[in-house]
Write a protein that binds this ligand. Structure first.
Ligand code: CP3
Length: 356
């Protein structure tokens, strides 16, 4: 089999392949604009908080029963067009032995930040045996989901590096950028190693049955285009290239990436995620032809009354009217205090308004 041939066993069943979500990703005509929400699993749902009671975030990611239940919850409740696998971007790092935890209200915290070549040497490759719970949970999910597609995901090399080098969340990324500017070789080797780990993690998810994947480069918007092109794009492109042969849609997302949209398209994804700062018609000009777009309602709009949500949603849909492929989403993840009913109403509104 040649590198670009899709292994037959990784084609989703026909009904999934024909879903509105996968059709939109492939820029084919759709019966309605598909909708899903980043961070739809967990966060705002009371049934999520209930099953998570007393169980740490990373522990819950390693329990196929919980992962399956939490992934299904928003599909049942909101009728979204795709499920996203319940996990976190730091799970593959934990799986290769990095000493880290996810602190509630803070985010990922790394015990010993990666600052030197000796630190880099601790990051080994990931194999499917490191994440058996992922394979098991996705196997259960694909049978429970029926035709609804499952999106697998991973953190992009830059966003993972930002946590590893800083040791935790940051607003400025001064340690990561100091390595990028001060020791470009170590930086390039770190991102390349992370690209290998990320690609391996996405392959596990696709081979287990995920029918699309999203690369979260949430914090790439902190970079100037020239730095992104030189010091980050090659590693993200390596991830996309590594999974190209499966033929599943590859989505690329970041926040504050208005100036990077063209480069993010160049990195090789099939779908580019857009935050709320750039209207979708303008984003399409920046990304260029041949890609679908995903986005881009400001997640804070959901705190406004229904009429305002609908008006802002119409703006997004109008701006997407000329696109070849549009997946409706928020411009970033669901905020924890969001009223779940507002999400359900939003799904209905987009479906009704775009029914063809
Ligand atoms: O989309 C989904 O619903 C799937 C689950 C998912 C989680 N994390 C679960 C989670 C996904 C896709 C992620 C990705 C993720 N994790 C990103 C990229 C997406 C983005 O928002 O930009 C990033 C940057 C992380 C790192 C991370 N993990 C942060 C910043 C936090 C929040 C810390 C907090 O409590 O405010 C986490 C924790 C996390 N990941 C939670 C969930 C449901 C909350 C933890 C909890 O419920 O105890």
């Amino acid at each position: 089999m040649s590198a670009n041939e899709t292994p037959a066993s990784h084609q989703p069943p026909a009904a999934t392949r024909d879903s509105a979500f996968l059709r939109a990703c492939r820029r084919e005509p759709v019966p309605h604009t598909p909708v899903w929400f980043m961070r739809q699993a967990g966060r705002s749902l009371p049934e999520y908080r209930k099953v998570r009671e007393g169980i740490g975030m990373l522990d819950s990611c390693m329990r196929p029963d919980l992962v399956t239940e939490i992934t299904l919850q928003p599909v049942r409740r909101h009728g979204v067009d795709a499920a996203i696998y319940f996990s976190d971007i730091v799970v593959p790092l934990k799986a290769i032995g990095v000493d880290l935890d996810i602190k509630p209200g803070v985010g990922p915290v790394v015990e010993q930040p990666v600052r030197s070549r000796a630190d880099l040497a601790r990051l080994r490759d990931l194999t499917p045996e490191d994440v058996p719970y992922v394979t098991e949970a996705i196997g259960r999910l694909t049978s429970e989901l029926g035709p609804t597609p499952l999106i697998g995901f991973a953190g992009a090399p830059f966003t993972l590096a930002s946590y590893l080098v800083e040791g935790g969340p940051s607003r400025t990324y001064e340690n990561a950028k100091a390595m990028m500017y001060g020791d470009p070789e170590l930086w390039a080797d770190l991102l390349d190693r992370l690209a290998g780990i990320t690609a391996a993690f996405l392959k596990v998810q696709i081979e287990a049955g995920a029918s699309a994947v999203q690369l979260f480069d949430s914090w790439a918007g902190a970079l100037a285009p020239a730095d992104y092109r030189r010091s980050v794009l090659p590693a993200s492109a390596k991830v996309f290239e590594a999974v190209a042969g499966y033929g599943v849609p590859r989505i690329h997302f970041g926040v504050g990436t208005g100036e990077l949209l063209g480069l993010m398209g160049e990195a090789g994804a099939d779908v580019v995620g857009v935050d709320w700062r750039v209207p979708l018609d303008e984003a399409a000009r920046r990304v260029g032809p041949g890609k679908a777009l995903q986005g881009n309602l400001d997640p804070t709009v959901l705190f406004a009354p229904r009429e305002a949500v609908e008006a802002k949603t119409r703006e997004v849909l109008d701006s997407a009217a000329g696109l070849e492929g549009h997946v409706f989403n928020l411009g970033h993840g669901v905020m924890p205090a969001t009223d779940p009913d507002a999400l359900t109403r939003l799904v209905e509104y987009v479906h009704t308004r775009t029914a063809r």
